[in-house]
Design a protein around this ligand. Structure first.
Ligand SMILES: [Zn+2]
Length: 306
């Protein structure tokens, strides 16, 4: 009985250059998180990643379930289909991996965009919005949607590839990592903004250039947000991720949005249909870089809840 009231989840967030880990403790139905440890990855090989996760599992020892948020495409069985960030991270099962470590536990695996979406939705559940869309803007652009109160997984688990909404066509359209052209992440991601600003220091002139590049990237994202509003009719759209955190530092009024976020929301209003645009509140995520790991633990909690 006591065990049921106090369960532990090992939560892991696998990014391209580091792995974050923490324990989530579930008492009754409330969840709390201990401090997050960050482990840098020096090589992008699946073997280095496997060794690191095995070491993390050993350190934490006692847990009842595992929740993983990972870069890449994940199917409904939690199998990683493909993740460009790592060599050999294909058709990979973390459930089998933990079983090989002698840990036959429930293992939930979500794509990092879906995990962040679930966490941001849960963090605002008291507001009773049942339809939300979340964009994660970092090196690339990802995200997810909650539809009628449930994380949208899609027919095979791949829903939420918001970075590949096509917003540019013709000769202007840049090639994307997906090999398509004109995807929003080619012009709105941190990588695109850094390339457009081409700054080398942070003097006043360069800050102005950076602000302009941020606003331009934000405008492009706003177009994709507008399309998502038209497709999903959400009550709330949130944006988060590394670039949005950096954008806050460029805000000119205390606590206000930075140039990227302001431009994104203005363009989203322009690009969405009037009726849907009116009901969609637009704001930034509240969980910062903890969104992925929190979403991973929430997904694992579902597996052990009776
Ligand atoms: Zn693409």
């Amino acid at each position: 009985m006591l065990k049921d009231m106090n369960r532990r989840i090992l939560a892991i967030d696998i990014g391209g250059s580091s792995v974050k880990a923490c324990q989530a403790i579930v008492r009754d139905s409330a969840m709390s998180w201990d401090s997050i440890s960050t482990h840098p990855l020096t090589t992008a090989s699946i073997d280095a990643l496997r060794q690191l996760v095995s070491k993390i599992a050993e350190t934490h020892r006692e847990f009842d379930a595992v929740g993983i948020s990972t870069a890449g495409t994940v199917d409904l069985n939690g199998q990683v289909i493909r993740a460009g960030a790592f060599d050999g991270y294909e058709m990979f099962s973390w459930r089998d991996e933990f079983a090989h470590m002698g840990l036959n536990l429930p293992v939930a695996v979500l794509n990092d965009g879906q995990a962040a979406t679930l966490a941001e939705f849960d963090a605002r559940a008291e507001r009773r919005r049942q339809n939300t869309v979340h964009f994660v803007v970092g090196t690339g652009v990802g995200g997810g949607a909650v539809v009628d109160g449930k994380l949208l997984r899609g027919e095979t688990g791949y829903a939420g590839a918001l970075g590949h909404i096509k917003i540019i066509s013709g000769p202007e359209a840049l090639e994307c990592g997906c090999r398509g052209h004109g995807c929003v992440q080619t012009v709105a991601s941190a990588r695109a903004v850094v390339a457009a600003s081409s700054i080398s220091s942070l003097d006043d002139r360069e800050i102005i250039a950076l602000r302009a590049a941020m606003a331009e990237g934000g405008r492009w994202l706003g177009r994709a947000i507008g399309s998502a509003i038209n497709a999903f009719n959400p009550g709330l759209v949130t944006i988060g991720g590394g670039l949005i955190e950096a954008d806050k530092a460029l805000s000119q009024d205390d606590g206000g949005f930075g140039p990227y976020t302001s431009a994104a929301f203005a363009e989203a209003k322009r690009s969405s249909l009037g009726a849907s645009g009116k009901v969609a509140s637009l704001t930034t995520g509240v969980l910062g870089n903890e969104a992925g790991i929190r979403g991973a633990s929430l997904a694992a909690l579902k597996l052990i809840q009776i």
